[in-house]
Design a binder for this molecule. Structure first.
Ligand code: NAD
Ligand code: ZN
Length: 248
């Protein structure tokens, strides 16, 4: 299976979506959860990214998020994020459904982005409806709500919490319409997000996986590219543009 097969699948698709995970941002210097650099101090994400951990020790959870925000806010989109934005502007990609909270898809210029797990660029109050956008990590942690004085929390989905229903509905709408899905850099183990490629497969769609290692999605993938996301997507977008008559 080659890049040529992916290009052919993309060009013959009628409703292509992308489903992305932490691996697409690895080349931007943002650590993934699973795999090397997967641990933070002695904690596992599953132990920190939970409502219980926040209730028990909000400062510790905020230290972890502040560390991640510092990395993410300085990071830049890579070739894979830009290639997806370009596929959308060429009219070949309908939407990106991401599990990432790093904002790199919209920062690369993608317009249709479903952020299934929220964003590190937003915080909300645990006591009232106050919400705010962030440009830099909060200076004092844990930060407090300016309206009611309760704690602010990152506006991300923690283990054991439901997905924001509006985002999940949008994701499902795209997944049910899709005849092709590009699955990039996800371990495919976090549910319900990981249903997305299975829905496309159930509807007889084409599943393309780009990942440096095997995942549970590999077994349903029609095309598998064992390559880093940046390199693979750069080759794909170059071949597509050449095929469409672009020479640059
Ligand atoms: P994950 O950490 O479980 O898995 C990462 C996957 O990416 C692995 O399958 C790995 O083989 C692959 N990978 C690593 N480097 C790659 C590369 N250069 N090219 C292609 N593939 C590569 O991540 P996940 O599946 O997204 O699930 C974990 C959860 O972690 C998500 O819910 C997400 O919210 C959160 N998370 C987000 C970020 C981020 O926003 N950048 C970072 C870490 C974790
Ligand atoms: Zn409040």
């Amino acid at each position: 299976m080659s890049i040529g097969d992916v290009v052919e699948a993309i060009l013959s698709s009628k409703y292509l979506i992308a489903f992305t995970g932490a691996g697409i941002s690895a080349e931007s210097g943002i650590p993934t959860f699973r795999g090397e650099n997967g641990l933070w101090r002695k904690y596992k994400p599953e132990e920190l990214a939970t409502p219980e951990a926040f209730r028990r020790n909000p400062r510790l959870v905020w230290e972890w998020y502040k560390w991640r925000m510092e990395i993410v806010f300085k990071a830049k989109p890579n070739r894979a994020h830009y290639a997806l934005a370009e596929l959308e502007s060429l009219g070949l990609l309908k939407c990106v459904i991401t599990q990432n909270v790093d904002g790199l898809h919209w920062r690369a210029g993608s317009r249709c982005v479903v952020e299934l797990h929220g964003s590190l660029y937003r915080v909300r109050c645990i006591g009232c409806s106050y919400k705010s956008e962030l440009r830099e990590p909060p200076k004092a942690i844990p930060p407090k709500c300016p309206v009611c004085g309760n704690l602010l929390r990152p506006s991300v989905v923690w283990f054991g919490e439901p997905l924001p229903s509006s985002e999940w509905t949008r994701a499902l709408n795209h997944a049910y319409k899709a005849d092709t899905v590009l699955v990039i850099g996800t371990s495919g183990v976090v549910y319900p997000a990981a249903y997305i490629p299975f829905i496309v497969k159930e509807n007889k769609g084409v599943v393309i996986e780009i990942n440096i290692s095997d995942t549970p999605i590999t077994s349903i993938a029609d095309i598998v590219i064992r390559e880093r996301a940046g390199k693979a997507m750069e080759e794909i977008i170059r071949a597509i543009k050449e095929g469409m008559g672009f020479t640059s």
